[in-house]
Design a protein around this ligand. Structure first.
Ligand SMILES: [Zn+2]
Length: 182
């Protein structure tokens, strides 16, 4: 994989309006998330629509997302397809209230990668392969020092990517230094 002008060449770009400028040039953290909409349903367009600000919230299962403005840099579907919503040098709105190593507002200095899934469903093998490749590419392009789950930076509030996410696969591919538990 390759990054050109802060976009992953291998991803389909779908421009989200939910971003702004980073307050710093630092991009040192990758945050791994899990998401599916409606929760537990895979393969539809609702996650992309949410990030694009055009989600049809008339579905009662999605009613709590009315007015929610969020995004992520990348979304890795269960098929392995990768969609990018925000340029890496811009701040995507994926982490919300968060703290990492004593620093709050992790969106400022992180790249958000969403996996299509739930906390309790095994992720697909191809998603791990793509995620490893994405991480390697971002590590070589930016000054990434750590890879963590949303659960790690928003404990008590977020649980994704969930207990089914196999961190050892990332650790084996990337080395333990990036994934060391604090
Ligand atoms: Zn998350």
């Amino acid at each position: 994989m390759r990054v050109s002008e802060h976009r992953l060449v291998q991803a389909r770009f779908s421009s989200s309006p939910h971003y702004d400028d980073r307050p710093t040039d630092e991009i040192s953290l990758i945050v791994v998330h899990g998401i599916s909409l409606p929760p537990g349903k895979f393969g539809g367009d609702d996650v992309e629509d949410l990030f694009l600000g055009r989600l049809d919230t008339s579905n009662p299962e999605l009613a709590d997302l009315i007015g929610v403005r969020v995004s992520s840099h990348l979304f890795i579907r269960r098929s392995g397809e990768i969609i990018q919503f925000v340029d890496f040098d811009k701040r995507a709105w994926h982490a919300g209230e968060s703290v990492f190593l004593g620093r709050s507002a992790c969106n400022d200095f992180s790249i958000g990668v969403e996996l299509e899934g739930t906390d309790t469903t095994e992720y697909e093998n191809v998603q791990y392969l793509q995620l490893v490749s994405v991480c390697r590419t971002l590590i070589s392009e930016y000054s990434i020092l750590n890879v963590r789950g949303h659960c790690d930076i928003s404990p008590g509030r977020k649980t994704d990517p969930g207990s089914t996410f196999e961190w050892h696969r990332l650790e084996e591919a990337l080395g333990s230094g990036l994934l060391r538990c604090e």
